[in-house]
Design a protein. Sequence first.
Length: 256
Amino acid sequence: MKLGDYVKFRVKSVNAHGLHSPFMYKLATQCYYDKNKYPDYQQLKAYHNELLKRDEIVVINDLGAGSKKFKSHKRKLKDIAKISGSSLRDMKLYYRLSKYFQPQQILELGTSLGKATYAMALGNPSATIITVEGDKKITEITQKIFNFKQITAQVVNQDFDDFLNELNQSDMKFDMILMDGNHRLEPTLRYFEKLQKHLHNNSVVIVDDIYWSKEMKQAWQKLTQHPAVRQSVDSYYFGLLFFRKEQFKQNFMIRI
Protein backbone atom coordinates (compact mmCIF):
# COMPACT_ATOMS: atom_id res chain seq x y z
CA MET A 1 0.00 0.00 0.00
CA LYS A 2 1.47 3.32 -1.09
CA LEU A 3 1.18 6.66 0.66
CA GLY A 4 -0.20 8.22 -2.52
CA ASP A 5 -3.12 5.78 -2.54
CA TYR A 6 -3.95 6.57 1.06
CA VAL A 7 -3.80 10.32 0.49
CA LYS A 8 -6.18 10.01 -2.48
CA PHE A 9 -8.49 7.85 -0.39
CA ARG A 10 -8.56 10.37 2.46
CA VAL A 11 -9.41 13.19 0.05
CA LYS A 12 -12.27 11.30 -1.62
CA SER A 13 -13.68 9.41 1.37
CA VAL A 14 -16.30 10.58 3.86
CA ASN A 15 -17.33 9.82 7.43
CA ALA A 16 -20.88 9.15 8.60
CA HIS A 17 -21.94 12.79 8.22
CA GLY A 18 -21.23 12.68 4.49
CA LEU A 19 -23.50 9.70 3.85
CA HIS A 20 -27.00 10.23 2.45
CA SER A 21 -27.85 6.53 2.23
CA PRO A 22 -29.72 5.40 5.38
CA PHE A 23 -28.28 1.89 4.98
CA MET A 24 -24.70 3.19 4.80
CA TYR A 25 -25.22 5.76 7.54
CA LYS A 26 -26.43 3.03 9.88
CA LEU A 27 -23.48 0.81 8.93
CA ALA A 28 -21.04 3.64 9.64
CA THR A 29 -22.54 4.83 12.92
CA GLN A 30 -23.49 1.47 14.43
CA CYS A 31 -20.55 -0.62 13.18
CA TYR A 32 -17.58 1.30 11.84
CA TYR A 33 -17.67 3.98 14.54
CA ASP A 34 -19.04 1.84 17.35
CA LYS A 35 -17.01 3.00 20.37
CA ASN A 36 -18.22 0.36 22.81
CA LYS A 37 -15.45 -1.40 24.73
CA TYR A 38 -16.72 -4.93 24.27
CA PRO A 39 -15.37 -7.50 26.77
CA ASP A 40 -14.69 -9.77 23.78
CA TYR A 41 -11.99 -7.31 22.70
CA GLN A 42 -9.87 -8.65 25.56
CA GLN A 43 -10.18 -12.16 24.11
CA LEU A 44 -9.17 -10.86 20.69
CA LYS A 45 -6.15 -9.13 22.20
CA ALA A 46 -5.18 -12.27 24.14
CA TYR A 47 -5.46 -14.42 20.98
CA HIS A 48 -3.35 -11.90 19.06
CA ASN A 49 -0.69 -11.73 21.76
CA GLU A 50 -0.54 -15.50 22.22
CA LEU A 51 0.32 -15.93 18.55
CA LEU A 52 3.04 -13.28 18.78
CA LYS A 53 4.84 -15.44 21.38
CA ARG A 54 4.99 -18.64 19.31
CA ASP A 55 8.51 -19.38 18.07
CA GLU A 56 7.73 -22.58 16.11
CA ILE A 57 9.17 -22.60 12.63
CA VAL A 58 6.97 -23.88 9.80
CA VAL A 59 7.62 -24.37 6.09
CA ILE A 60 4.93 -22.59 4.10
CA ASN A 61 3.58 -23.74 0.75
CA ASP A 62 2.12 -20.42 -0.43
CA LEU A 63 -0.54 -20.97 -3.09
CA GLY A 64 -1.37 -17.30 -3.51
CA ALA A 65 0.46 -14.13 -4.50
CA GLY A 66 3.24 -14.74 -1.98
CA SER A 67 4.53 -12.33 0.62
CA LYS A 68 6.11 -8.90 0.25
CA LYS A 69 7.94 -9.36 3.57
CA PHE A 70 9.09 -12.97 3.75
CA LYS A 71 12.02 -14.08 1.60
CA SER A 72 11.95 -17.70 2.70
CA HIS A 73 9.32 -20.42 2.99
CA LYS A 74 10.59 -21.07 6.53
CA ARG A 75 8.76 -18.76 8.91
CA LYS A 76 8.17 -18.41 12.63
CA LEU A 77 4.54 -18.51 13.66
CA LYS A 78 4.90 -15.23 15.50
CA ASP A 79 6.20 -13.57 12.32
CA ILE A 80 3.26 -14.93 10.32
CA ALA A 81 0.93 -13.58 12.99
CA LYS A 82 2.63 -10.18 12.94
CA ILE A 83 2.97 -9.70 9.18
CA SER A 84 0.51 -11.91 7.33
CA GLY A 85 -2.46 -12.18 9.66
CA SER A 86 -5.10 -9.63 10.62
CA SER A 87 -4.00 -6.81 12.90
CA LEU A 88 -5.75 -6.30 16.23
CA ARG A 89 -7.53 -3.31 14.66
CA ASP A 90 -8.77 -5.55 11.85
CA MET A 91 -9.85 -8.24 14.31
CA LYS A 92 -11.99 -5.73 16.19
CA LEU A 93 -13.56 -4.55 12.96
CA TYR A 94 -14.34 -8.09 11.77
CA TYR A 95 -15.86 -8.68 15.19
CA ARG A 96 -18.09 -5.61 14.81
CA LEU A 97 -19.08 -6.56 11.25
CA SER A 98 -20.10 -10.02 12.44
CA LYS A 99 -21.90 -8.60 15.45
CA TYR A 100 -23.69 -6.02 13.29
CA PHE A 101 -24.81 -8.26 10.42
CA GLN A 102 -25.31 -11.41 12.57
CA PRO A 103 -24.49 -13.79 9.69
CA GLN A 104 -25.57 -17.38 10.30
CA GLN A 105 -23.45 -18.86 7.51
CA ILE A 106 -19.90 -17.52 7.05
CA LEU A 107 -17.26 -18.51 4.50
CA GLU A 108 -13.65 -17.37 4.69
CA LEU A 109 -11.10 -17.89 1.91
CA GLY A 110 -7.69 -17.57 3.58
CA THR A 111 -7.58 -18.72 7.21
CA SER A 112 -3.91 -18.17 8.06
CA LEU A 113 -3.75 -18.40 11.87
CA GLY A 114 -7.45 -17.75 12.27
CA LYS A 115 -7.45 -14.26 13.75
CA ALA A 116 -10.27 -13.00 11.52
CA THR A 117 -12.11 -16.31 11.95
CA TYR A 118 -11.90 -16.03 15.72
CA ALA A 119 -13.15 -12.43 15.62
CA MET A 120 -16.16 -13.30 13.44
CA ALA A 121 -16.97 -16.29 15.65
CA LEU A 122 -17.00 -14.11 18.78
CA GLY A 123 -19.10 -11.52 16.95
CA ASN A 124 -21.82 -14.10 16.38
CA PRO A 125 -21.31 -17.31 18.41
CA SER A 126 -24.29 -18.95 16.69
CA ALA A 127 -22.72 -18.67 13.23
CA THR A 128 -21.58 -21.68 11.24
CA ILE A 129 -18.13 -20.91 9.82
CA ILE A 130 -16.22 -22.64 7.05
CA THR A 131 -12.71 -21.31 6.52
CA VAL A 132 -10.35 -22.49 3.77
CA GLU A 133 -6.54 -22.58 4.02
CA GLY A 134 -4.21 -23.84 1.31
CA ASP A 135 -1.26 -24.70 3.53
CA LYS A 136 -1.58 -28.03 5.33
CA LYS A 137 0.69 -27.24 8.29
CA ILE A 138 -1.01 -23.91 8.99
CA THR A 139 -4.38 -25.66 8.76
CA GLU A 140 -3.34 -28.22 11.39
CA ILE A 141 -1.99 -25.57 13.76
CA THR A 142 -5.04 -23.33 13.42
CA GLN A 143 -7.48 -26.22 13.89
CA LYS A 144 -5.71 -27.17 17.12
CA ILE A 145 -5.98 -23.58 18.34
CA PHE A 146 -9.70 -23.51 17.51
CA ASN A 147 -10.25 -26.80 19.31
CA PHE A 148 -8.51 -25.43 22.39
CA LYS A 149 -10.50 -22.19 22.22
CA GLN A 150 -13.70 -24.16 21.58
CA ILE A 151 -14.35 -22.30 18.35
CA THR A 152 -16.62 -24.37 16.13
CA ALA A 153 -15.18 -23.27 12.78
CA GLN A 154 -14.46 -25.91 10.17
CA VAL A 155 -10.95 -25.42 8.78
CA VAL A 156 -10.63 -26.92 5.29
CA ASN A 157 -7.18 -27.59 3.84
CA GLN A 158 -7.76 -27.18 0.13
CA ASP A 159 -6.88 -25.06 -2.88
CA PHE A 160 -9.54 -22.36 -3.29
CA ASP A 161 -10.50 -23.43 -6.81
CA ASP A 162 -10.89 -27.06 -5.79
CA PHE A 163 -12.96 -26.07 -2.78
CA LEU A 164 -15.21 -23.76 -4.80
CA ASN A 165 -15.66 -26.35 -7.54
CA GLU A 166 -16.92 -28.80 -4.93
CA LEU A 167 -19.02 -26.11 -3.24
CA ASN A 168 -20.69 -25.38 -6.58
CA GLN A 169 -22.18 -28.86 -6.46
CA SER A 170 -24.32 -27.66 -3.54
CA ASP A 171 -26.92 -24.92 -3.13
CA MET A 172 -25.41 -23.60 0.11
CA LYS A 173 -25.87 -19.86 0.69
CA PHE A 174 -23.65 -17.60 2.77
CA ASP A 175 -24.60 -14.45 4.64
CA MET A 176 -21.01 -13.23 4.90
CA ILE A 177 -17.93 -14.12 2.87
CA LEU A 178 -14.39 -12.91 3.61
CA MET A 179 -11.97 -13.11 0.67
CA ASP A 180 -8.46 -12.87 2.11
CA GLY A 181 -6.16 -15.02 0.02
CA ASN A 182 -4.34 -15.05 -3.33
CA HIS A 183 -4.13 -11.30 -3.82
CA ARG A 184 -4.02 -11.33 -7.62
CA LEU A 185 -6.38 -9.98 -10.24
CA GLU A 186 -7.48 -13.04 -12.20
CA PRO A 187 -7.88 -15.48 -9.28
CA THR A 188 -9.84 -12.90 -7.24
CA LEU A 189 -12.29 -12.35 -10.08
CA ARG A 190 -12.51 -16.09 -10.74
CA TYR A 191 -13.31 -16.88 -7.11
CA PHE A 192 -15.96 -14.17 -7.06
CA GLU A 193 -17.67 -15.63 -10.12
CA LYS A 194 -17.72 -19.07 -8.53
CA LEU A 195 -19.26 -17.57 -5.39
CA GLN A 196 -22.23 -16.05 -7.24
CA LYS A 197 -24.34 -19.16 -6.79
CA HIS A 198 -23.86 -18.96 -3.02
CA LEU A 199 -24.98 -15.36 -2.47
CA HIS A 200 -28.43 -14.03 -1.66
CA ASN A 201 -29.98 -10.58 -1.62
CA ASN A 202 -28.64 -9.68 1.83
CA SER A 203 -25.20 -11.27 1.59
CA VAL A 204 -22.10 -9.19 2.22
CA VAL A 205 -18.70 -9.98 0.72
CA ILE A 206 -15.61 -8.56 2.41
CA VAL A 207 -12.55 -8.21 0.17
CA ASP A 208 -9.37 -7.70 2.18
CA ASP A 209 -6.31 -5.66 1.13
CA ILE A 210 -7.91 -3.90 -1.83
CA TYR A 211 -4.91 -1.54 -2.15
CA TRP A 212 -2.32 -4.29 -1.57
CA SER A 213 -1.03 -4.13 -5.16
CA LYS A 214 -1.86 -2.76 -8.59
CA GLU A 215 -3.62 -6.04 -9.38
CA MET A 216 -5.77 -5.86 -6.26
CA LYS A 217 -6.75 -2.28 -7.04
CA GLN A 218 -7.80 -3.42 -10.51
CA ALA A 219 -9.66 -6.40 -9.05
CA TRP A 220 -11.57 -4.14 -6.65
CA GLN A 221 -12.60 -1.78 -9.44
CA LYS A 222 -13.86 -4.66 -11.55
CA LEU A 223 -15.74 -6.17 -8.61
CA THR A 224 -17.56 -2.89 -7.94
CA GLN A 225 -18.67 -2.86 -11.59
CA HIS A 226 -19.94 -6.45 -11.52
CA PRO A 227 -23.61 -6.66 -12.59
CA ALA A 228 -24.57 -8.47 -9.37
CA VAL A 229 -23.06 -5.80 -7.10
CA ARG A 230 -25.50 -3.07 -6.13
CA GLN A 231 -23.47 -1.17 -3.56
CA SER A 232 -19.80 -1.17 -2.62
CA VAL A 233 -17.81 0.41 0.19
CA ASP A 234 -14.12 1.20 -0.16
CA SER A 235 -12.68 1.50 3.35
CA TYR A 236 -9.06 1.39 2.14
CA TYR A 237 -7.94 -1.61 4.18
CA PHE A 238 -10.82 -3.68 2.84
CA GLY A 239 -13.94 -3.35 0.73
CA LEU A 240 -17.56 -4.43 1.18
CA LEU A 241 -19.85 -5.65 -1.61
CA PHE A 242 -23.65 -5.74 -1.30
CA PHE A 243 -26.26 -7.31 -3.57
CA ARG A 244 -29.51 -5.75 -2.39
CA LYS A 245 -31.63 -5.45 -5.54
CA GLU A 246 -33.88 -2.84 -3.95
CA GLN A 247 -30.94 -0.36 -3.89
CA PHE A 248 -29.62 1.87 -6.64
CA LYS A 249 -26.12 1.02 -7.82
CA GLN A 250 -23.74 3.16 -5.76
CA ASN A 251 -20.09 3.13 -4.72
CA PHE A 252 -19.02 4.65 -1.42
CA MET A 253 -15.68 5.51 0.17
CA ILE A 254 -15.99 5.53 3.95
CA ARG A 255 -12.99 6.11 6.19
CA ILE A 256 -12.68 4.15 9.41
